[in-house]
Each structure stands twice: as C-alpha cells, then as structure tokens.
Design a protein around this ligand. Structure first.
Ligand SMILES: [Fe+2]
Length: 224
C-alpha cells in the first residue's frame, strides 16, 4: 500500500504523529511476519542471517551516506553525520561480520543473489538524492532493525553462536537515531520540500521489500 502526500500537507505538527504511526505500524507488521526460529530448519535460520548480512554489511553506510548527500537542511546533517561516525568509528560492519561468522552464516552467492533485485531498486531510489523521502526511509529502517535484534540474536543462538556484540549494540542505540531522523524529515521538508506528485513512502516501501527478501525463504516464500 502506498499513499501520496503532497508537500504542502507535510507539516510536523499535524502530520508528524500520523506519519510516525504509519511507519510504526509497518514495522509491527514486518515483525509479526518473522518466521518462528523454533519451527525452522538450521538451513532456513542460516539463510535469514546470511541474507541480512548480504544486505546490511555493504549497504547500510552507503544508504546513510546517500541520505547525507541528499539533504539540504543544516539541522538534518549532524544527525546523519553522528550516525555515520558511530558506524565507522566503532566499525559496525566488523561487528556484523563477527556475528554472522560465529553463526556459520556468512553469505553465499545464492544469498546475495536472493536480495539482489530489491537491493538494486533501493540503491537506484537513493541515487535520486531526494532528501525528505531518503530521511524517512532511514527513520523506518533504524526503528525496524532495533526491533529485529532479539530475533536475529535468537536465530544465531539456535545456530550455536554465543557472539552478541552486534545485536546488543543495535538493540539499544538506534532508538535515538530513529527519533532524530523523524525530526529531520520535517526540518528537511521546510527547506527542500518534496515535489507535489512525490510519494513520501516510496523509499520506505522499497526498503520493506528488501526486508521481505531477507525474511522470506527464496525457495518457499514463507511470508507470502
Ligand atoms: Fe550500526
């Protein structure tokens, strides 16, 4: 489902709660569709961890950098720079690689190819450098991955892993990121408003499709 919101209608006071509620509802719907680790085979659990890693390790900093390049608002930039600084300084990709290797779930070519089409669509969307839509996409994602951490930790534990740094770090700190990014959506729109025919949720919808390609078994279509 997609809704087109016109730029003049995007006001922090009146639209903020409804947009945040819609994003929260989309996150709830995704979390509710996560297949139960207890009812999955070891290979199915490995597949979700592997596809998650195939998407996140090489793309999250790319996505956030694309959003930084897209924004015009001086108020929005520090939020993105703080996020990127933490990613690089604390080397979150190293944490993720340790996490997935400890679970014997390092991506194979089939895992990367399973998410390829949807990852490509999202990359091309972010390449349009649309500040408001890109910020909302990142706000959605920061909220989502924080909610997914207990699930990923459960999958990894079921695979025999005791490595928890990645899931512990992301289960806490991204709450502040998500709130800051929601504020940035409205700061950006006041300076660099979305076009009248734009779909505010275009990137959110594309990123949701990426997450579906992570949680669905490509051979069984679990969450269809
Ligand atoms: Fe991170």
């Amino acid at each position: 489902m997609s809704t087109t919101l016109l730029a003049p209608q995007l006001q922090a006071g009146s639209d903020g709660p409804s947009i945040q509620l819609r994003v929260a509802t989309m996150i709830d719907e995704l979390i509710a569709q996560l297949p139960s680790p207890a009812r999955m085979t070891s290979e199915e659990r490995r597949g979700i961890l592997a596809r998650y890693t195939a998407v996140l390790e090489g793309n999250f900093i790319y996505w956030m950098t694309a959003t930084l390049l897209a924004v015009h608002s001086e108020e929005a930039r520090p939020i993105l720079i703080d996020n990127l600084t933490e990613e690089v300084r604390d080397s979150h990709p190293v944490m993720l690689r340790k996490f997935t290797m400890a679970a014997n779930a390092f991506p194979k070519s089939e895992d990367t190819l399973a998410v390829h089409a949807n990852v490509t669509k999202l990359r091309l969307f972010l390449g349009k450098l649309q500040g408001v839509q890109s910020l909302l996409t990142m706000a959605f994602f920061e909220g989502l991955i924080q909610r997914m951490m207990p699930y990923l930790a459960e999958l990894a534990a079921a695979q025999g892993s005791v490595e928890k740094e990645y899931t512990d770090v992301h289960g806490v700190c991204d709450v502040a990121h998500s709130e800051g990014l929601f504020q940035a959506v409205f700061l950006e729109n006041s300076l660099n408003p979305i076009s009248a025919d734009a779909n505010l949720f275009e990137g959110v919808d594309l990123l949701r499709d990426v997450v579906y390609s992570i949680i669905q078994d490509p051979t069984k279509n679990l969450a269809a």
